[in-house]
Write a protein that binds this ligand. Structure first.
Ligand SMILES: *Cc1c(COP(=O)(O)O)cnc(C)c1O
Length: 244
Protein backbone atom coordinates (compact mmCIF):
# COMPACT_ATOMS: atom_id res chain seq x y z
CA UNK A 1 0.00 0.00 0.00
CA UNK A 2 1.08 3.55 -0.57
CA UNK A 3 2.06 4.81 2.86
CA UNK A 4 4.32 7.85 3.07
CA UNK A 5 7.36 7.29 5.27
CA UNK A 6 8.09 10.31 7.41
CA UNK A 7 11.92 10.15 7.16
CA UNK A 8 11.78 9.82 3.42
CA UNK A 9 9.19 12.51 3.10
CA UNK A 10 11.27 14.93 5.19
CA UNK A 11 14.44 14.28 3.22
CA UNK A 12 12.57 14.66 -0.07
CA UNK A 13 11.06 17.98 1.08
CA UNK A 14 14.43 19.25 2.17
CA UNK A 15 16.06 18.28 -1.14
CA UNK A 16 13.26 20.07 -3.00
CA UNK A 17 13.74 23.13 -0.81
CA UNK A 18 17.51 23.26 -1.36
CA UNK A 19 17.02 22.75 -5.08
CA UNK A 20 14.60 25.68 -5.15
CA UNK A 21 17.11 27.79 -3.23
CA UNK A 22 19.92 26.92 -5.67
CA UNK A 23 17.66 27.76 -8.60
CA UNK A 24 16.73 31.10 -7.07
CA UNK A 25 20.34 31.94 -6.16
CA UNK A 26 21.35 31.17 -9.72
CA UNK A 27 18.69 33.55 -11.01
CA UNK A 28 17.00 30.81 -13.02
CA UNK A 29 13.31 30.08 -13.61
CA UNK A 30 11.55 28.04 -10.88
CA UNK A 31 10.83 25.06 -13.12
CA UNK A 32 14.10 25.07 -15.05
CA UNK A 33 15.65 22.08 -13.22
CA UNK A 34 13.97 18.70 -12.94
CA UNK A 35 14.60 16.50 -9.89
CA UNK A 36 15.22 12.84 -10.66
CA UNK A 37 15.03 10.47 -7.66
CA UNK A 38 17.83 7.89 -7.94
CA UNK A 39 16.40 4.75 -6.37
CA UNK A 40 19.04 2.13 -7.26
CA UNK A 41 19.49 -0.59 -4.61
CA UNK A 42 16.30 0.46 -2.79
CA UNK A 43 13.48 -2.06 -2.59
CA UNK A 44 10.08 -1.95 -4.21
CA UNK A 45 8.52 -1.14 -0.84
CA UNK A 46 10.78 1.90 -0.47
CA UNK A 47 9.72 2.94 -3.97
CA UNK A 48 6.07 2.59 -2.98
CA UNK A 49 6.78 5.00 -0.12
CA UNK A 50 8.59 7.32 -2.52
CA UNK A 51 5.56 7.36 -4.81
CA UNK A 52 3.37 8.12 -1.79
CA UNK A 53 5.67 11.11 -1.10
CA UNK A 54 4.94 12.39 -4.61
CA UNK A 55 7.98 11.18 -6.58
CA UNK A 56 7.17 10.20 -10.16
CA UNK A 57 10.53 10.08 -12.00
CA UNK A 58 13.11 7.50 -11.01
CA UNK A 59 16.71 6.86 -12.01
CA UNK A 60 18.01 3.29 -11.91
CA UNK A 61 21.47 1.84 -12.64
CA UNK A 62 21.11 -1.92 -12.85
CA UNK A 63 18.95 -3.23 -15.66
CA UNK A 64 17.60 -6.36 -14.04
CA UNK A 65 16.75 -4.67 -10.74
CA UNK A 66 15.10 -1.81 -12.61
CA UNK A 67 13.02 -4.09 -14.85
CA UNK A 68 11.57 -5.85 -11.80
CA UNK A 69 10.55 -2.50 -10.34
CA UNK A 70 9.08 -1.20 -13.60
CA UNK A 71 7.09 -4.38 -14.19
CA UNK A 72 5.79 -4.31 -10.63
CA UNK A 73 4.54 -0.72 -10.84
CA UNK A 74 3.04 -1.13 -14.33
CA UNK A 75 1.12 -4.19 -13.09
CA UNK A 76 0.06 -3.02 -9.66
CA UNK A 77 -0.32 0.74 -10.14
CA UNK A 78 -1.15 0.94 -13.82
CA UNK A 79 -2.98 4.24 -13.29
CA UNK A 80 0.22 5.93 -12.05
CA UNK A 81 2.34 7.65 -14.66
CA UNK A 82 5.89 6.93 -13.58
CA UNK A 83 8.89 7.80 -15.70
CA UNK A 84 11.95 5.54 -15.64
CA UNK A 85 15.48 6.64 -16.53
CA UNK A 86 18.39 4.25 -16.99
CA UNK A 87 21.45 6.11 -15.70
CA UNK A 88 23.91 3.20 -15.39
CA UNK A 89 25.96 1.34 -18.00
CA UNK A 90 24.12 -0.66 -20.64
CA UNK A 91 25.56 -3.81 -22.22
CA UNK A 92 24.40 -5.13 -25.61
CA UNK A 93 22.79 -8.25 -24.16
CA UNK A 94 20.44 -6.13 -22.00
CA UNK A 95 19.28 -3.63 -24.61
CA UNK A 96 16.01 -5.40 -25.41
CA UNK A 97 14.65 -5.29 -21.83
CA UNK A 98 15.58 -1.62 -21.71
CA UNK A 99 14.03 -0.76 -25.09
CA UNK A 100 10.81 -2.44 -24.00
CA UNK A 101 10.45 -0.66 -20.66
CA UNK A 102 12.37 2.54 -20.08
CA UNK A 103 11.34 6.11 -20.96
CA UNK A 104 14.88 7.50 -20.94
CA UNK A 105 18.42 6.13 -21.30
CA UNK A 106 20.94 8.70 -20.07
CA UNK A 107 24.08 6.58 -20.42
CA UNK A 108 24.55 6.22 -24.17
CA UNK A 109 28.27 6.08 -24.90
CA UNK A 110 28.42 3.82 -27.96
CA UNK A 111 26.59 4.16 -31.25
CA UNK A 112 26.07 0.40 -31.39
CA UNK A 113 23.99 0.49 -28.20
CA UNK A 114 21.92 3.37 -29.54
CA UNK A 115 21.26 1.46 -32.77
CA UNK A 116 20.18 -1.64 -30.86
CA UNK A 117 17.71 0.16 -28.60
CA UNK A 118 16.27 2.02 -31.58
CA UNK A 119 15.84 -1.28 -33.47
CA UNK A 120 14.35 -2.99 -30.42
CA UNK A 121 11.95 -0.25 -29.33
CA UNK A 122 8.50 -1.83 -29.70
CA UNK A 123 5.99 -0.33 -32.12
CA UNK A 124 3.36 1.64 -30.27
CA UNK A 125 5.74 3.09 -27.69
CA UNK A 126 6.91 6.69 -28.08
CA UNK A 127 10.54 7.21 -29.10
CA UNK A 128 12.96 6.47 -26.29
CA UNK A 129 14.53 9.67 -24.93
CA UNK A 130 18.30 9.42 -24.82
CA UNK A 131 21.28 11.41 -23.57
CA UNK A 132 24.91 11.01 -24.53
CA UNK A 133 27.11 10.39 -21.51
CA UNK A 134 30.22 12.53 -21.71
CA UNK A 135 33.54 11.69 -20.08
CA UNK A 136 34.08 15.24 -18.97
CA UNK A 137 36.72 14.70 -16.28
CA UNK A 138 38.84 12.65 -18.67
CA UNK A 139 39.40 9.67 -16.42
CA UNK A 140 40.69 6.69 -18.38
CA UNK A 141 38.48 4.15 -16.63
CA UNK A 142 35.18 6.01 -16.54
CA UNK A 143 32.48 5.50 -19.14
CA UNK A 144 31.40 8.25 -21.46
CA UNK A 145 32.25 9.72 -24.84
CA UNK A 146 35.19 12.10 -25.19
CA UNK A 147 33.93 15.69 -25.63
CA UNK A 148 35.58 15.88 -29.07
CA UNK A 149 33.50 12.89 -30.26
CA UNK A 150 30.11 14.09 -29.06
CA UNK A 151 29.09 16.01 -32.18
CA UNK A 152 29.70 13.09 -34.56
CA UNK A 153 27.88 10.66 -32.30
CA UNK A 154 24.98 13.07 -31.84
CA UNK A 155 24.53 13.41 -35.58
CA UNK A 156 24.44 9.62 -35.99
CA UNK A 157 21.99 9.14 -33.12
CA UNK A 158 19.73 11.87 -34.53
CA UNK A 159 19.14 9.69 -37.59
CA UNK A 160 17.86 6.69 -35.60
CA UNK A 161 14.08 6.46 -35.96
CA UNK A 162 12.97 5.29 -32.52
CA UNK A 163 15.16 7.48 -30.36
CA UNK A 164 14.82 11.12 -29.40
CA UNK A 165 18.19 12.64 -28.57
CA UNK A 166 17.54 15.18 -25.81
CA UNK A 167 21.02 16.20 -24.65
CA UNK A 168 23.99 15.29 -22.51
CA UNK A 169 24.74 13.70 -19.17
CA UNK A 170 27.89 13.37 -17.06
CA UNK A 171 29.20 11.88 -13.85
CA UNK A 172 32.27 14.00 -13.11
CA UNK A 173 35.08 12.84 -10.89
CA UNK A 174 34.08 13.90 -7.34
CA UNK A 175 35.62 17.27 -6.46
CA UNK A 176 36.56 18.38 -2.97
CA UNK A 177 36.50 22.16 -3.31
CA UNK A 178 33.79 24.21 -4.96
CA UNK A 179 36.20 25.16 -7.77
CA UNK A 180 36.99 21.48 -8.43
CA UNK A 181 33.28 20.68 -8.57
CA UNK A 182 32.48 23.60 -10.85
CA UNK A 183 35.19 23.01 -13.47
CA UNK A 184 33.73 19.88 -15.18
CA UNK A 185 30.15 21.16 -14.83
CA UNK A 186 31.01 24.42 -16.56
CA UNK A 187 32.84 22.51 -19.28
CA UNK A 188 29.67 20.46 -19.83
CA UNK A 189 27.54 23.58 -20.15
CA UNK A 190 29.94 24.97 -22.78
CA UNK A 191 29.79 21.70 -24.72
CA UNK A 192 25.97 21.65 -24.43
CA UNK A 193 25.72 25.20 -25.82
CA UNK A 194 28.14 24.34 -28.63
CA UNK A 195 25.97 21.39 -29.63
CA UNK A 196 22.93 23.66 -29.73
CA UNK A 197 24.89 26.15 -31.85
CA UNK A 198 25.36 23.24 -34.25
CA UNK A 199 21.58 22.88 -34.48
CA UNK A 200 21.09 19.82 -32.29
CA UNK A 201 18.14 21.29 -30.33
CA UNK A 202 19.14 19.81 -26.99
CA UNK A 203 16.86 20.58 -24.03
CA UNK A 204 18.39 18.39 -21.32
CA UNK A 205 21.68 18.73 -19.50
CA UNK A 206 21.68 16.04 -16.81
CA UNK A 207 24.27 16.74 -14.12
CA UNK A 208 24.39 17.21 -10.36
CA UNK A 209 24.19 14.53 -7.68
CA UNK A 210 23.80 14.75 -3.89
CA UNK A 211 27.32 16.18 -3.45
CA UNK A 212 27.27 18.79 -6.23
CA UNK A 213 23.64 19.71 -6.80
CA UNK A 214 24.09 23.41 -6.06
CA UNK A 215 27.18 23.72 -8.29
CA UNK A 216 25.35 21.88 -11.09
CA UNK A 217 22.37 24.23 -10.91
CA UNK A 218 24.73 27.22 -10.97
CA UNK A 219 26.41 25.75 -14.05
CA UNK A 220 23.21 25.31 -16.05
CA UNK A 221 22.01 21.77 -15.31
CA UNK A 222 18.39 21.08 -16.31
CA UNK A 223 18.12 17.77 -14.45
CA UNK A 224 19.74 16.77 -11.16
CA UNK A 225 19.95 13.09 -10.20
CA UNK A 226 19.67 12.72 -6.44
CA UNK A 227 19.99 9.43 -4.58
CA UNK A 228 21.61 9.59 -1.16
CA UNK A 229 20.14 12.93 -0.09
CA UNK A 230 16.62 11.55 -0.67
CA UNK A 231 16.87 7.85 0.18
CA UNK A 232 19.84 7.74 2.59
CA UNK A 233 23.03 5.78 2.02
CA UNK A 234 22.96 2.69 -0.15
CA UNK A 235 23.68 -0.83 1.07
CA UNK A 236 25.34 -2.80 -1.70
CA UNK A 237 26.08 -5.81 0.48
CA UNK A 238 22.65 -7.35 -0.08
CA UNK A 239 23.05 -7.27 -3.81
CA UNK A 240 26.54 -8.66 -4.30
CA UNK A 241 28.50 -6.80 -6.93
CA UNK A 242 26.13 -4.70 -8.98
CA UNK A 243 26.82 -5.31 -12.63
CA UNK A 244 23.55 -4.50 -14.29
C1 LIG B 1 24.04 6.74 -8.03
C2 LIG B 1 23.99 7.79 -9.07
C3 LIG B 1 23.45 9.05 -8.79
C4 LIG B 1 22.98 9.50 -7.42
O1 LIG B 1 24.09 9.73 -6.60
P1 LIG B 1 23.95 10.32 -5.11
O2 LIG B 1 25.32 10.76 -4.80
O3 LIG B 1 23.50 9.18 -4.25
O4 LIG B 1 22.97 11.42 -5.16
C5 LIG B 1 23.36 9.96 -9.85
N1 LIG B 1 23.78 9.64 -11.08
C6 LIG B 1 24.32 8.43 -11.37
C7 LIG B 1 24.76 8.15 -12.77
C8 LIG B 1 24.46 7.49 -10.38
O5 LIG B 1 25.01 6.30 -10.68
Amino acid sequence: MLEPNSGLSERYSSVKASLQKSIKDAGRADDSVKLLAVSKTFSISVLEEAVACGMREFGENYVQEACEKIDFFRAKYSELKLTWHLIGPLQSNKTRSVAERFDWVQSIDRLKIAQRISDQRPDGLPPLNVLIEVNISNQGSKSGVQPSEVLAMAKSIKSLPNLRLRGLMCVPKPGQTEAEKLAPLKAMKILFDQMNDQGLEFDTLSMGMSADMDEAVKSGSTMVRIGTAIFGSRDYSKKGIPNG
